[in-house]
Design a protein around this ligand. Structure first.
Ligand code: ADP
Ligand code: MG
Length: 346
């Protein structure tokens, strides 16, 4: 951080119980994770990473910022905010079929949150996810301002093997991992637009605050999927990105969408639209050429991969008025309210 912007006292502020900037970094971010390939982590001007094992690999780099009031409620628990911030970044690694290795954290924090209680919760949420996926925190920055968490993850993938959004062909089958609609339902719960109690409520909040990055699925799909994307903005919107890379359209069969039984029961009228365009699911949407379909179906039958076939890629047809992705339910067209989230769209 640059000197003129220093905001926290260097020494702990006994009266307010606020740690100084360097105490904050040392106490809450240094030693959060350990990993053999970190030569020098948090504490110097930059990190040193040992990449001697990566000769045959590509480095994979992804960055995602989470802004209070846009991506989470500002009053949310620090643990939840940290876990969501890291999970959504790891999801980008999953979508590339990569293995996450290291990450940096640029944290902008309002003064009222720079207290031990909030920081303890934030760093424990971060450590839990980082250690679960063996991804080391190697540096970052800490400044004062509106709560904003920007994480950059660095991972690895075998050279030439990464999954991309490009590569789908007409006739490919479209699949998604896990269940859809849970992220949107979790958000609706938090906004008090929908209600659920007990284990169903806990599951939905967990899916919103700790969306499980589909890293194992991404690895399984190397050499099998022709294209892949993680579902952050909504299935239809994200599948449209895959279609836009070629002269392609896609058809989704709504009756095939994997929706958790709790959600079907609690929100029968909403779950289909949440699954199609709600966003925040962080599942993978991927395409499989017909000649590899049996291999993928066998992984699913064997319980190695949790995924469902939901549609197919078709030839581009400019007469479609409803965009690149058409949704049918038992053969009848479904009208979508909106295709997905767009920060600058209407
Ligand atoms: P500089 O002044 O060189 O930018 P800083 O004082 O900002 O360095 O940071 C000191 C050390 O602490 C660096 O190693 C930096 O990567 C690390 N660091 C700062 N903030 C964070 C954070 N939020 N998470 C992890 N590491 C951090
Ligand atoms: Mg420096």
């Amino acid at each position: 951080m640059r000197a003129p912007l220093r905001w926290l006292p260097r020494e702990p502020d006994i009266l307010s119980g606020r740690p100084g900037e360097f105490e904050l970094i040392t106490r809450y971010f240094k030693g959060l994770t350990t990993q053999a390939d970190v030569e020098l982590g948090v504490g110097d001007d930059a990190a040193l990473l040992n990449i001697s094992q990566l000769a045959e690999k590509h480095l994979v780099v992804a960055s995602d910022a989470l802004v209070a009031g846009v991506h989470f409620r500002p009053e949310a628990d620090g643990r939840d905010i940290a876990s969501r911030a890291l999970c959504v970044n790891l999801s980008d690694m999953a979508a590339m079929g990569a293995v996450p290795r290291w990450f940096t954290l640029s944290l902008t924090l309002p003064a009222e949150l720079a207290n031990h209680d909030w920081l303890r919760r934030f760093s424990s949420g971060l450590a839990e996810v980082a250690n679960r996926y063996d991804c080391a925190l190697v540096g970052g920055d800490t400044t004062r301002g509106e709560l904003n968490i920007c994480i950059t993850v660095i991972g690895e993938v075998e050279s030439g093997a990464a999954l991309r959004r490009t590569g789908a062909r007409c006739g490919d089958q479209v699949y998604v991992t896990g269940t859809l609609g849970d992220g949107a339902a979790g958000l609706a719960l938090l906004n008090a637009e929908f209600n659920a109690e007990g284990p169903a409520r806990q599951r939905l909040l967990q899916r919103f605050y700790a969306p499980e990055p589909q890293l194992a699925a991404g690895r399984q799909l190397l050499g099998l999927a022709s294209a892949c994307i993680d579902i952050s903005d909504g299935l239809v919107a994200d599948l449209e990105h895959i279609c836009n890379t070629g002269n392609l359209n896609a058809v989704i069969h709504a009756e095939l969408l994997p929706v958790h039984p709790d959600l079907r029961e609690l929100a029968a009228g909403l779950s289909r639209d949440w699954a199609l365009s709600g966003g925040d699911d962080y599942q993978l949407c991927f395409c499989v050429p017909v000649n590899r379909k049996t291999q993928v179906d066998n992984l699913i039958k064997g319980g190695v991969l949790t995924a469902t076939r939901i549609g197919e890629i078709v030839q581009r047809d400019d007469t479609w008025r409803d965009g690149r992705v058409r949704v049918l339910e038992n053969g009848e067209p479904v009208n979508l309210q909106r295709s997905g989230y767009d920060h600058f769209g209407c």
